[in-house]
Design a protein around this ligand. Structure first.
Ligand code: FES
Length: 328
């Protein structure tokens, strides 16, 4: 079967838009440009402001929050543009200007997030940024026309800008949800790891200062033994994009992800440095009869909160399913 037949079949299985997005994700044509821009964004002297733009303090990416202002302003301007009257046109022009001003921090936050993504995500992100840049250009033209009294042209540029920002938003949705660029990649850990203590090996399997990868209920766990003999354990897949923390650097009581450099405190998983916006699930540790055991932190709290509720029911179902699977 030749490749054209294969791709035609793929089109039949999914709609045309998804097929185009799939091609965009896989196409390496813009990779050189992406690499140049990525380096440029990473070199910006943002200091601690970079983590602020990622949304580390907020606990999730700040970019989707910031884009509400320009999109909301421009959409409101489009509604006002549908109505006649001089005062409405003035208000619409004001909203176009507010949207333009608010687009700057939104774009900056998006750019710093984009620079720390996988290449497939960056390819979609580049087109998302181009669509939004086109929208900004069109709205700037719209504002200029309005200021010169050319209301009709101002409205036309405005509607074109709204179309471009709509396309950008659609690509942003694909990037955030289908490609999971802003999701917490360690969120499922508390749902998968069973309650209680789990043995992960004997003490001598963990050389001091080295990270060792183990597994608990199919969840990879990073175990680190301090030189003083104290053990730490974290979920091993980085909350940013799932990078392997066992391949990272351990120093100063923290582990640094090898993919994009997020830093997590070993004692409690706190994300000391981004781009990760979510902390790493962490485990309590103990040594029993020469064996290291780990228990997910906060499970007791979760059980109490979930009593008679969905969380507990979900866990019981999951355990019943697991028991069934083990028995069959
Ligand atoms: S995967 Fe990006 S910092 Fe870990």
């Amino acid at each position: 079967m030749d490749s054209r037949t294969t791709s035609r079949r793929r089109v039949l299985r999914q709609n045309r838009v998804l097929w185009l997005l799939d091609r965009l994700e896989r196409g390496p044509r813009a990779d050189r440009v992406i690499e140049t821009v990525r380096k440029g964004v990473r070199a910006l002297p943002l200091g601690p402001g970079r983590d602020l733009l990622h949304g580390r303090q907020l606990g999730h990416p700040v970019h989707p929050l910031l884009v509400q202002v320009p999109v909301g302003s421009w959409l409101s301007a489009a509604v006002l543009d549908l109505r006649s009257g001089r005062s409405r046109q003035t208000e619409a022009g004001l909203l176009v200007g507010v949207g333009l001003a608010a687009a700057v921090p939104a774009a900056l936050a998006g750019a710093v997030d984009w620079a720390e993504l996988h290449r497939e995500q960056q390819r979609v992100g580049l087109v998302h940024a181009l669509a939004n840049t086109a929208a900004v250009g069109l709205y700037a033209a719209s504002l200029a026309c309005r200021l010169k009294g050319r209301a009709g042209a101002g409205r036309t540029y405005g509607y074109l800008g709204l179309t471009a920002v709509g396309l950008g938003g659609m690509l942003g949705g694909h990037l955030a949800y289908r490609q999971a660029s802003g999701a917490n990649h360690a969120e499922e850990v508390p749902h998968v790891v069973r309650e209680g203590w789990h043995r992960v090996g004997t003490v001598d399997e963990f050389p001091a200062g080295r990270s060792v990868r183990r597994s608990v209920d199919d969840v990879p766990v990073l175990v680190v033994r301090e030189s003083g003999g104290r053990f730490h354990a974290l979920a091993e897949r980085c909350s940013h994009l799932g990078g392997p923390l066992a391949g990272g650097t351990v120093e100063d009581g923290c582990v640094r992800c090898p993919w994009h450099g997020s830093v997590f405190r070993l004692s409690d998983g706190w994300n000391v440095r981004g781009p990760a916006t979510a902390p790493q699930p962490s485990f309590e540790t103990r040594v029993v009869d020469g064996h290291v055991e780990v228990r997910l932190r906060g499970q007791d709290r979760g059980r109490r909160a979930g009593e008679n509720g969905h969380a507990d029911g979900w866990r019981i179902e999951a355990e019943a399913g697991r028991a069934h699977g083990e028995g069959s």
